[in-house]
Design a protein around this ligand. Sequence first.
Ligand SMILES: [Zn+2]
Length: 85
Amino acid sequence: MLDLNRRHCFEILNIPAEKIFHLKHVKVEIPSYSRILASHICTGCGEKVMETKAVKRGEVYYCLNCSESSYGQLDWAGIYWLEKS
Ligand SMILES: [Zn+2]
């Protein structure tokens, strides 16, 4: 299966771009900068974690990994749910 997928990917690379994409000039509205939010130090690992990604327990903060909470993880294959027990 991996070999089949590899061959298929290389076949696609040999197709002229004009046959795969519709090329045209477009006007793009550039989004504004991201908001800069406060960071907290994770009580579990000591790493800095952005406020929106931190889990607050009482007066302390944890990163998602140390919080033992389930969360969505994005990687090359998409978003998947990490279950923590
Ligand atoms: Zn942590």
